[in-house]
Unconditional design. Sequence first.
Length: 350
Amino acid sequence: MKFSLFAHMERISPDQDQKQLYDEFIELCKIADEGGMHAIWTGEHHGMNFTIAPNPFLNLVDVANHTKNVRVGTGTVVAPFWHPIRLAGEAAMTDLITNGRLDVGIARGAYSFEYERLMPGMDAWEAGQRMRELVPAVKQLWKGDYAHSGEFFQFPSTTSAPQPMQKDGPPIWIAARDPNSHEFAVSNGCNVQVTPLWNGEAEVESLMQKFNDACEKFSEHPRPKIMLLQHIYVADSDKDAKLGAEELNRFYCYFGAWFMNKRDISQGLIDPLSEEEIASHPFYSPEAMERDLVIGTPETVIKRLKKYEELGYDEYSFWIDSSMTFERKKASLERFINEVMPAFEQGHGG
């Protein structure tokens, strides 16, 4: 199992300097590269200080210039916000600049906050249909001389300019949850990214089962890779693990509030949650986080990740967004690199 870092520039307070936050994001990426991690992933979000990444290709070009070995990936671009010609061209240009180190993760998107602003009136079903039309078109544009007549896009014969450096284009990953998404990915020759969010081991197993079912259904296609994206905190003690669980509980309370899209937002920041609101959340709690996320000392973390490796996951992505201080993120990542990864034969894969 290979290991990667999933990170954003993350701002939770108006007191935080945005340039400093970006510099800290780059510093975490450099630690991941120097520590032998396989890849760095960052996503696409708009108008949200919670995750700042209006164009992940910009960030990834910069990450590539600050690193030597890691692959760089979009985790993920939001399909409905892209025209196939534009996505094909920008991804291909990024592939050239990064010397063939790019992977492209694509999702339908998750936040109605963003849909309302960039694609008013669009629902999750339409977003999924747009993704299903976009992905094959991008692949054809990379090959060149491709005309398209679909439900959402129509254009005459076009070639991606530039064309990507990697043969057949950068690997494409589909963010999948339901069986249809897994089947779409496998039948279109794409890898799969999954996240159980806060749902724990049962969801980790269920997502792998859906992937295996899709591979079986489309057995004429080569089995693609599957990546598990999950929050993890490598603690230096049991007491430190409890603190990490409290911090990740707070993060998920804010994640849930952004997702529900009912709270006031000003200057890109959500109206703060009170301690009472956090304490009374119906299913987020520090105890649930410690049970369902990967939180603990290196020994605890290794034991948990060995299970995921046995299930068949090819890549485990360390989701570091957590509303923790930079110092705590850095310490956890360094413990992961120094004390967890050596227990896995493929941990230092390039």
